[in-house]
Design a protein around this ligand. Structure first.
Ligand code: IMO
Ligand code: MG
Length: 431
């Protein structure tokens, strides 16, 4: 129970940063282990909002060390910009408390160009355009640049030039003509590297040492299980494994050190970008979808795109609980559903006229969601007390627990830091 992994178990944007920020108070280290600056993690303290894309969400707590693990794809420019914004807010982001793995793969400007150029092809994924897919592709193809290697410019220059020439051909084939010169690209990377270098360490060894000393490590997932490259709604997914199991690979710790897995879901569902979404509010539910979007402020914190909104999908959720080995659920945005008369929960899918509770291959099948309706509830205060929750809201939580077979351990009741019910107080203790 010492260490804990928090993962989103929908299509991202579940409100992970708020939970991390909460748990960081009793943690020593917060680690990002996958994804990159496609993530948009928002923390609200008082009236001040901080949006983080790459730096772990524990950074606002003075006593934490924040680590960007090897599984993350790393945009040096974004990191430096984010670091400077935090410095401007008076946050200490010095190298002693902000560490970056020296073997993170680097996102280069051509990765972003490729990401955007590919989006004009037939299968538009609706990516964030941050170069995530092309960088992970290069990693898997063994063509990538690992950040620590920039300390040896003369050694890497020839291979990087070959890489550059290949990418230029590719980009031109996709109709992209304006490409920065190799020298500009290389010099910019080296200039950025000089500023990032003090933060670099062997994060695996670093984390093992802290773990051995009994420090509490919090793994911060990005995106969500339904965007997982293997088990998400492929090909409308991101390019990393977003599930809790990857917390080990992406940090250099072992799977036995992950500890407790907390799976975070909203009380409804959203997705940004293209792809299947069986419980999307459409037709007669369209207005409710708009209401949820407005009340829940469902606009992307990375790209500003409007998020598609829909009902809670229990079929997908149960699958995600299984894939992650979720020990406890965290529930966010319960307050957003307040005032809706009847709330729907998808309990089955219908495929070719047959009902199922299995999560299908969405590239082949187009399931229709089958719903159960439950009573809505009135507005309630952004509270820390369970007794403030209306009884219908408590019944909704109970139904979620029954269906997934996992208890709800935390309930977020508003955007602010303290608007949170912690049902399982063990979550806030080291053992
Ligand atoms: P957080 O951590 C929501 C989605 C994109 C697109 C797909 C692929 O804030 O929950 P990519 O740029 O990763 O190649 O895009 O994944 N996506 C997210 N959706 N929240 C995120 O992160 C996301 N990161 C990627 O919209 O559909
Ligand atoms: Mg997001």
């Amino acid at each position: 129970m010492k260490n804990l992994a928090l993962v989103g178990i929908q299509w991202g944007d579940e409100g992970k940063a708020k939970i991390i920020d909460h748990l960081a108070e009793t943690s020593d280290v917060v680690v990002r282990f996958q994804g990159g600056n496609n993530a948009g993690h928002t923390i609200v303290v008082g009236n001040e909002k901080t949006v983080l894309h790459l730096i772990p969400s524990g950074v606002l707590h003075k006593n934490t060390i924040n680590v960007v693990g090897n599984g993350v794809v790393f945009d040096m420019g974004v990191f430096l910009h984010e670091r400077d914004s935090l410095i401007a807010k008076g946050v200490d982001v010095g190298p002693s408390r902000l560490k970056v793995s020296e073997i993170c793969h680097v996102i280069l400007p051509l990765h972003q160009l490729l990401d955007r150029a590919r989006e004009t092809s037939k299968t538009k994924i609706g990516t964030t355009g941050r170069g995530i897919g092309p960088t992970y592709s290069d990693k898997a193809a063994r063509l990538g640049l690992r950040i620590g290697e920039l300390a040896y410019p003369e050694k890497i220059r020839p291979t990087l030039k070959t890489w550059y020439d290949e990418k230029c051909v590719h980009l031109k084939n996709l109709g992209h003509e304006e490409i920065p010169s190799f020298d500009d690209l290389f010099n910019q990377a080296l200039a950025h590297f000089k500023k990032v270098e003090p933060h670099l360490v062997d994060t695996s060894r670093f984390l093992h040492d802290l773990d051995r000393k009994g420090k509490r490590i919090l793994f911060e997932g990005a995106q969500g299980t339904l965007l997982d490259i293997d088990y998400g709604t492929y090909p409308f997914v991101t390019s990393s494994n977003t599930s809790a199991g990857f917390a080990a690979c992406g940090s250099g710790l072992s799977s036995s050190q992950i500890g407790y897995v907390l799976g975070l879901t909203k009380a409804y569902t959203t997705r940004v970008g293209s792809g299947p979404f069986p419980t999307e509010c459409q037709g007669a539910d369209e207005e409710t979808g708009k209401l949820i979007a407005k009340k829940g402020n469902e606009f992307g914190s990375t790209t500003g795109r409007a998020r598609r909104c829909g009902w809670l999908d229990l079929v997908a959720l149960k699958r995600a609980v299984e894939l992650n080995g979720v020990h406890g659920l965290a529930l966010s945005k319960l307050d957003v559903l307040s005032g809706i008369k009847t709330i729907k929960l998808a309990t089955h899918y219908e495929i070719d006229g047959k009902r199922t509770q299995d999560f299908p291959n969405f590239w082949i099948h187009e399931p229709k969601a089958i719903y159960e309706e439950v009573e809505g509830w009135p507005e309630f205060p952004g509270t820390q007390k369970e007794s403030d929750l209306p009884s219908a809201a408590r019944q909704f939580i109970q139904r979620l627990e029954e269906y997934t077979g996992v208890k709800v351990a935390m309930i977020s009741t508003g955007a602010k830091r303290d608007e949170m019910i912690v049902r399982d107080s063990k979550l806030l203790h080291k053992s």
